[in-house]
Design a protein around this ligand. Structure first.
Ligand code: NAX
Length: 332
């Protein structure tokens, strides 16, 4: 069997609980690959991971390799092929008597975490390591981590696959078609309520989803907020944020990166902008991506954007620019 090393931060959190079994079951990396898993947590929580490890052993998957729990990020990411940065400090937490509600404060606090993690990954993870940031604010955490890693042969992604899955599901329901009919779902920009889920370029059985649905009022006034606010709707209904669907989206992203993209389809994730579609260079931005037969990740070019799309992409770009500004001292 082949062997790979996968590091996961936030290993005791609720997303990790759904994610970890699927990483070591053969489903994600293939039945011919043994997965050595390093679970990383803050020191106050790291002991709890022993329980998680017991459960993973009790699953009895033959693809499960060595299982380690640590609060030392360097030990966790050493020789990692994949690093899934799931852990972060949530909005609303009280630190030094102050409730953290402002996005700018959240950016700074998490920025501190992602500088150390980025530096350790750049130095110690494999030279071709792939890094997926799930912890929010995901795009800007990835920006900080990637800059601190300063290792251009590694590749950083921020997760927008959950948004893409939500966006597909809503279109499929409205059009009354199977979810498998939906292709080319692009989430442009930030993983935040400014994201632009693109119904014009998404296709239903090869035809523009917007044309099939043929209801621009619904698409522009109802559909966008439905997708953009879906995370909040789950919290309101469940009393906790999306976990199983977030874990599923992380698995989808890993699979999309390691397997060639089907002809006529794309996958959604945020990667560093090279200036494509006029997006300022260096931002971690949600683009349409494909994995080539040779395993290269490319931003798909030539997608047409109508005026509505351009206006929405401008808003999410401006938000990411202002986030970059807020953490300028962490990425210089
Ligand atoms: P939980 O609060 O259940 O778990 C987070 C875990 O991270 C905790 O166990 C905590 O101890 C750990 N942690 C904090 N700082 C750490 C550090 N420096 N090193 C290692 N571990 C650390 O949150 P959960 O529901 O699992 O969500 C995790 C993150 O995903 C949150 O930031 C959340 O906002 C984000 N999400 C991102 C999504 C996306 O699509 N990109 C969707 C789902 C989710 O909201």
């Amino acid at each position: 069997m082949k062997e790979i090393n996968v590091a996961v931060t936030g290993g005791a959190g609720q997303i990790a609980y759904s994610l970890l079994p699927r990483l070591v079951s053969g489903e994600t990396f293939g039945s011919d690959t043994k997965v050595n898993l390093r679970l990383i947590e803050i020191p106050q929580v790291v002991d709890k991971l022993q329980g998680t490890i017991m459960e993973l052993i009790d699953c009895g998957f033959e693809q499960t390799g060595k299982l380690i729990a640590t609060s030392d990020i360097k030990e966790g990411v050493k020789d990692a092929d994949w690093v899934l940065l799931v852990g972060s400090i949530p909005r609303g937490i009280v630190i030094d008597g102050k409730k953290i509600e402002e996005r700018s404060d959240l950016l700074k606090i998490n920025g501190g975490i992602f500088t150390d993690q980025g530096a350790a990954i750049g130095e110690l993870a494999k030279s071709d390591a792939k890094v997926l940031v799930v912890g929010n604010p995901a795009n800007t955490n990835a920006l900080i981590g990637m800059n601190k890693a300063n290792n251009s042969s590694q590749q950083w992604f921020a997760m927008t696959a959950l948004d893409a899955n939500r966006a597909k599901a809503q279109l499929a329901e409205k059009a009354g078609v199977e979810i498998s009919s939906l292709k080319n779902m692009v989430i442009w920009g930030n993983h935040s309520p400014t994201m632009y889920p693109d119904p014009y370029n998404a296709t239903i059985d090869g035809q523009s989803a917007a044309e099939v649905i043929n209801d621009s009022r619904w698409l522009e006034d109802d559909y966008l907020p439905l997708v953009q606010q879906r995370g909040k709707a789950v919290i309101d209904a469940r009393g906790a944020s999306s976990a199983a669907s977030a874990a599923n989206a992380a698995i989808d992203t890993v699979k999309s990166v390691i397997n060639p993209t089907e002809e006529g389809d794309c996958f959604s994730a945020a990667v560093v902008s090279d200036g494509s579609y006029g997006v300022p260079e260096g931002l971690i931005f949600g683009f349409p991506l494909q994995t080539t037969q040779e395993g290269k990740i490319e931003i798909i070019q030539g997608i047409e954007l109508n005026d509505f799309a351009k206006a929405k992409i401008k808003i999410t770009t401006e938000e990411l620019e202002s986030e970059r500004q807020a953490v300028a001292d962490l990425i210089s």
